[in-house]
Design a protein around this ligand. Sequence first.
Ligand code: TYM
Length: 332
Amino acid sequence: MERIFSGVQPSGNLTLGNYLGAIRNWVKLQDDYESIFCVVDMHAITVWQDPEELRRATREVAAGMLAAGVDPKKNILFNQSNVPAHAELGWVLNCVARLGWLNRMTQFKEKAGKHKENASCGLYVYPNLMAADILIYKATHVPVGDDQKQHLELARDIAQKFNNDFQKEVFPLPEPMIFGSATRVMSLRDGTKKMSKSDPSDYSRIAMTDDADTIAKKVRKAKTDPHPIPESVDGFEDRAEAKNLMNIYAALSDVTLADVCQQYGGQSFADFKKALTDLAVEKLSPISQEMQRYMADPAEVDAILKEGGERANAIAQPVMDEVKDVVGFLRP
Ligand code: TYM
């Protein structure tokens, strides 16, 4: 059976990048796969999180998934810390993954920055926990944005090494699913940087909770260049910001970048930005309104997460028992 697992960290406001790169694709896939979607709160604490804010952000990310159309009846939606098997398998995989593999992870280098010695140990072994998230459900497919590709390759290596070490096909090798026109949405201030929840500049991102005025202001201030809009996709050399805005437009309207070039080629960015604002507001405001409705009713969100956690546990626990037996842990 084909099964999806994917997750989002509750480490700040959900961004347009999370929506276009991941959550929107989940909604498209949910009819064709058994799907498990997770608010990965244990990943969030690899960097400092204020406890009250973490609880709020956990509900907000769940609200964002629900508002975007993730159906909690059809799928499992839960928060990671509520299913202990993630941490249990995470430990076993810490003992399978090799230091050399983790040393290659570019996201650790970016996040730890110059002060590597001060980074938490959790930040370093984060990719092992991510592998555990996927493998504890024997998930076969993982829909994510482009920035998670390296972590998924590692998850495959870990699964393969576990199976080889113990001479048993316990874990399927999970396939990444990276698709759509916006697999890597870039910062609105710097077209070479990924749009991220943790960027210090609020103007670098569109948050899923932004109202129409805020979206308009951010799009207006988004960096562009003095040239007119290119008429074909060949015209984007050294124009990362222009390409990013047009990619966002393409993704939000479900057309290709080439279509957007054809439609707006030769025009000024001022006009294009007005069109992009209108489109973003049209697509995002129903979602942000629905998010607000969920956020006003935390008991409803908690009930959904609780039920999801129980269903996730029911799948994860027997896999953890199997892992214990394979590894040689006594279950008296
Ligand atoms: P996170 O929380 O950074 O992002 C959640 C999802 O959103 C995608 N994404 C983007 N896509 C396009 N453009 C962007 N600018 C952008 N920013 C974020 C991410 O690719 C991701 O799909 N390690 C993961 C969370 C995780 C996970 C997992 C994912 C933990 N365990 C198991 C899949 C399977 C992360 O930090 O995502």
